[in-house]
Design a protein around this ligand. Structure first.
Ligand SMILES: [Mg+2]
Length: 305
């Protein structure tokens, strides 16, 4: 395992309803250090909101950032991030020279769709809100029909923003999804599918979760996603590279990880690399992880002491 590609919200970021194990992220960072695993964040967020999350949750700096559900790929550049023009060129072909503004014109007036804020739109991503109880099939059919009529090869990705009780629809070039972007990063690094672990939790992660790369759905993934993964991996014959975390992974000191968020990512890593489990059971290794990366709760406790 040489590269971890992880979704952020409710996969690495503990911002769902389920509890996070305080030790999970320290152990994950230590595991990446021990085995020299590179890191990519793969998110529906735009670059600024990815960087906000890195600050807010004190995440490690990644080697790559895939933002806007796969329609942007950022590479590290002196002191900042640079948008990969090669990836932009690759995906732009699907839209036949059109941009997000052109797509909006073609989708104007569809009942039940509301354009998202300008900051959430990009050159090759057009995003809408819809009501959570909307007829999703009817909406996607209408959008697909209009785009087909103008020769646009698009991927339509729906997800739920539970916090704000609204549905999100992203219209993207067909190849511009998390799975396509991961494939591209994999080719840059010349890695085999088994060298990459993808971790995710919801609708826009499903294609990558059932792709050829090793993948883990964290235990807090929503039920619809869990069912979609089981179903699709069976259809595609990728069950061997699609794992769903369940929790209960034993670690040193007779403790266990609950499978949510970073715990689920760790469970995925040791599922595909069973030998790495030895480290989790080693008291010294665990103690070193907690010393090097003090869990937030401990940091707060020691600050106030
Ligand atoms: Mg997520």
């Amino acid at each position: 395992m040489k590269l971890l590609c992880t979704d952020l919200d409710r996969t690495l970021l503990p911002n769902g309803d389920e509890p996070e194990c305080a030790m999970a992220r320290p152990l994950l960072w230590q595991m990446l250090d021990t085995h020299g695993v590179s890191l990519a964040y793969v998110s529906g967020r735009d670059l600024d909101r990815v960087l906000d999350a890195i600050d807010e949750y004190e995440l490690r700096q990644p080697d790559f950032i895939v933002a806007d559900v796969g329609s942007s790929l950022y590479l590290p550049d002196t002191g900042g991030w640079i948008n990969s023009e090669d990836w932009q060129r690759t995906i732009a072909i699907d839209w036949d020279g059109m941009t997000g503004d052109d797509i909006k014109q073609h989708l104007r007036g569809i009942d039940g769709l509301r354009e998202q804020e300008a900051s959430r739109q990009s050159l090759l991503k057009t995003s809408y809100y819809f009501a959570l109880d909307a007829d999703r099939e009817a909406l996607t059919d209408q959008v697909a029909d209009r785009l087909e009529a103008v020769n646009v090869q698009a991927a339509l990705v729906m997800s739920d923003d539970i916090e704000n009780a609204v549905g999100l629809l992203d219209v993207l070039p067909r190849q511009a999804n998390k799975s396509g972007a991961i494939r591209y990063v994999r080719s840059l690094l010349e890695l085999a599918p088994a060298d990459v672990l993808f971790a995710g939790d919801s609708g826009n992660d499903v294609a990558a979760l059932v792709s050829a790369v090793s993948a883990v759905a964290v235990a807090n993934a929503d039920t619809d996603t869990q069912q979609a993964i089981s179903h699709k991996s069976r259809l595609l014959g990728t069950e061997a590279s699609t794992y769903q975390a369940v929790g209960g992974l034993k670690i040193a000191g007779d403790r266990s990880l609950n499978g949510n968020y970073a715990s689920g990512i760790i469970e995925g890593l040791v599922h595909y690399q069973p030998a790495w489990r030895t480290y989790l059971l080693d008291d010294n290794w665990v103690a070193e992880a907690l010393e090097r990366y003090p869990p937030a709760s401990l940091a707060v406790a020691s600050k106030s002491a």
